[in-house]
Design a protein. Structure first.
Length: 286
């Protein structure tokens, strides 16, 4: 994979992965009442070895809500230990007391380079709740991207945020987890394509997304991703493995799977999706 990446003249960048420390004394876990079945140890140093074997040169470490909730210590520490190799995207409670100051702490004091908003709370966090506005505003002022983890029924609610905070760069994790079971046409996913008019919106898809599209057969997969690229442009789309939350393959297997299934895209389109888009949001990885 490293040889293939160099032949394409592109840096291979993983935009969505998780790390879990085996040291639970230093980094205690907060899994909530229902621990995620996928949780397993994956130390940053072991992940670097997996990256190297797969030809992945840079990675965005996304805080795993199911492992640590709002304590971003492990991803922050690992990104600090490996600058230039990793950047960290952290999670805060956007409705917590003085949430903007909490965001300041993680960005200014701990080096977090992106915010993740997770709606999978009880009660469910609503993306169009005006009470989130101070956090959207502060993230925009700090000039950090915001990744959104939500279910598909909330994707339309992003329009209020995109309308009101035009300089805030927003990336939708897993494209909002669409079912992708309505090929040909993918009419149910029109709400995603409608977001293309917002120049500050980015689509982040994962191995989960590719597998969901592939359930429609090879033609369905090609149709969905060709339309996605034609609608947004490859410069606003990026790939990540979701490893180890997705774990039915080896890490290298996930990388090879994505490269193989999207090999029909033009080399320039692949260059952006597999690296340049993430580098445009996190230029410190260059």
């Amino acid at each position: 994979m490293a040889e293939k990446s160099s032949k394409l003249g592109a840096m291979l960048v993983e935009s969505h992965c998780h790390i879990i420390s085996p040291d639970q004394r230093k980094y205690p876990r907060d899994t909530g009442p229902r621990p995620a079945a996928w949780l397993r140890d994956l130390a940053a140093e072991d992940f670097i070895a997996l990256n190297d074997a797969a030809g992945v040169e840079r990675a965005v470490l996304v805080q795993a809500f199911g492992a640590y909730r709002y304590d971003n210590s492990y991803v922050a520490d690992c990104a600090a230990r490996h600058p230039g190799r990793f950047v960290a995207v952290g999670i805060i409670d956007p409705l917590g007391p003085d949430a903007p100051r909490t965001l300041d702490y993680w960005v200014k004091d701990r080096g977090i380079r992106g915010l993740r908003i997770v709606t999978w709370t009880e009660p469910e966090l609503m993306l169009d709740d005006p009470m989130l506005d101070p956090v959207w505003r502060r993230a925009s002022e700090l000039q950090i991207p915001v990744c959104i983890l939500t279910n598909f029924h909330q994707v339309a609610k992003l329009r209020r945020v995109l309308d009101n905070f035009g300089s805030l760069r927003i990336a939708l994790d897993h494209l909002g987890l669409p079912r992708l079971d309505d090929a040909p046409g993918f009419a149910n996913e029109q709400i995603i394509f409608d977001l293309a008019r917002y120049r500050n919106f980015y689509g982040k898809f994962s191995s989960w997304t590719i597998a969901a599209a592939e359930r429609n057969g090879a033609a369905g997969l090609v149709e969905f991703f060709r339309r996605l690229v034609d609608t947004f442009g490859s410069h606003r789309l990026m790939w990540g493995t979701n490893f180890p939350a997705s774990n039915d393959r080896t890490y290298q297997g996930f990388v090879e799977y994505a490269r193989q299934k999207l090999a029909f895209l033009l080399p320039q389109e692949q260059r952006w999706i597999f690296g340049e888009t993430a580098l445009s949001l996190w230029p410190m990885l260059r």
